[in-house]
Design a protein around this ligand. Structure first.
Ligand SMILES: NC(=O)c1ccc[n+]([C@@H]2O[C@H](COP(=O)([O-])OP(=O)(O)OC[C@H]3O[C@@H](n4cnc5c(N)ncnc54)[C@H](OP(=O)(O)O)[C@@H]3O)[C@@H](O)[C@H]2O)c1
Length: 382
């Protein structure tokens, strides 16, 4: 980490920042050692965007105290207009966000991408988005370097992880996790389980919160059966494990393409279904819960038992299916930490990663391809 000694909030530069600017068989449930790669940044193309470092912050008087080794500027990925991956620019002089009284500042060690990052960048949620320019990224794992005055439990040096946006689509933060630093409410964070590294932890928050919240909304109880559509993705791979090990599912079935069936079995599914060869509507059985993580609610409702529940994360909803949008909650992470620490629930990091910070564009493209297995993680961050 670059140590630039500076900065009190009043020393921050003008908010008008000049942006220089971009399975196996090795697959296993645990991450292999993080790869050290040479970081090459894209050639700088100079554009001017307005980056208000304090646009989501409280007045300086309410700020946290000590900023000793926190610089005033940081490296981050930024987009100033909606579009595909070509709108992403690398910027080496974005103002480090200030913290509100209930927030902590995290030195980001690893971040992860979710499909929502790509959809948000395309402008699909522009009606409820924060103002551009945007530093994307929901998922973070890192170290607390500064605490707000009302922060109760976390302290400098704590290793934490979380989804930085309480409401995924409703005013997500302008300053996300694809940066050296990000400011996050304490209530959205949990201490990182000691047995997993930052890369593994970064891949968990949004996906595991979605998996858990969806199951909870079905009132899932032990002994029930579940079919997961898209069992190999970030969310589905955790739905499988949480249904089995946290909620006590009696039978877990899941879909994937042919090459990922063994992976599904390694997660503990009792029935791995190849969606390229089988139609779920032809299955001889029905399920208490169908968790649709791909957008096939019309099919999902045909394989749920009478009175059962169908969770629909994306696409059109067919009754009795229901949609919800994940809420970030550190309490959920704290509740699930023992399952992670015992190894019952395992983080899944896509074997193509982790992607170094210089390859965020490639990582976005990969997430957008809908082919990722588990999570697409960015590490190291400068
Ligand atoms: N409502 C919410 O709060 C919420 C929260 C999180 C996510 N989501 C949404 O839920 C969806 C899943 O998210 P995610 O992060 O799990 O996605 P993801 O990780 O990008 O999913 C990738 C996986 O999709 C699988 N896949 C592609 N087509 C498939 C098909 N026809 N049937 C079964 N699997 C298929 C791929 O497996 P193969 O290579 O084997 O095809 C791949 O492993 C996204 O649309 C996301 O935006 C919504």
């Amino acid at each position: 980490m670059e140590a630039i000694l500076a900065s009190t909030p009043s020393q921050l530069k003008s908010p008008f920042q000049s942006l220089s600017s971009k399975l196996w068989p090795s697959f296993s449930l645990t991450l292999r050692e993080s790869k050290r790669k040479t970081i090459r940044y894209p050639p700088a193309s100079r554009i001017r965007l307005r980056v208000f470092a304090n646009s989501q912050s409280a007045p300086a008087s309410a700020m946290a105290s000590e900023v000793s080794s926190v610089p005033s500027e940081m490296k981050a990925w930024v987009y100033g207009e909606y579009g595909g991956v070509d709108v992403l620019k690398f910027d080496s002089s974005v103002s480090v966000p200030e913290v509100k009284e209930d927030q902590v500042l995290i030195k980001v060690v690893a971040a992860a991408l979710n499909p929502v990052d790509a959809k948000r960048m395309q402008g699909k949620f522009k009606a409820t988005d924060s103002p551009l320019p945007t530093v994307p990224g929901y998922d973070v794992a890192g170290v607390v370097v500064k605490v707000g005055s009302q922060v109760k439990e976390l302290k400098e040096g704590d290793e934490v992880y979380g989804n930085i946006n309480e409401k995924a689509l409703d005013g997500p933060k302008q300053f996300g996790s694809l940066a050296e630093y990000t400011a996050v409410e304490e209530k959205l964070l949990a201490l990182k389980p000691k047995n997993i590294d930052f890369v593994q932890a970064a891949g968990l928050p949004l996906a595991i919160e979605t998996a858990y919240e969806g199951l909870q909304k079905t009132n899932f109880s032990p002994g029930r059966s579940i079919l997961v559509l898209n069992g190999a993705g970030g969310v589905g791979s955790l739905v499988i494990q949480i249904a089995k090990h946290v909620f006590g599912a009696s039978k877990v079935a899941a879909t994937s393409s042919t090459g990922k069936l063994e992976f599904l079995k390694s997660l503990g599914v009792d029935l791995a279904i190849d969606y390229t060869k089988e139609n779920i509507e032809d299955l001889p059985e029905k399920f208490d819960v169908v968790y649709d993580a791909i957008g096939q609610c019309d099919k999902a409702v045909k394989v749920v038992k009478e009175g059962g529940s169908v969770v629909a994360l994306t696409g059109a909803v067919t009754p009795p299916g229901f949609r919800f949008v994940v809420t970030s909650d550190g309490a959920v992470l704290k509740k699930l930490n023992p399952y992670l620490e015992s190894g019952k629930v395992k983080p899944i990091v896509d074997p193509k990663g982790p992607f170094p910070f210089s390859q965020v564009v490639e990582a976005f493209s990969y997430v957008g391809s809908s082919r990722a297995t588990g999570k697409v993680v960015i590490h190291p961050i400068p």
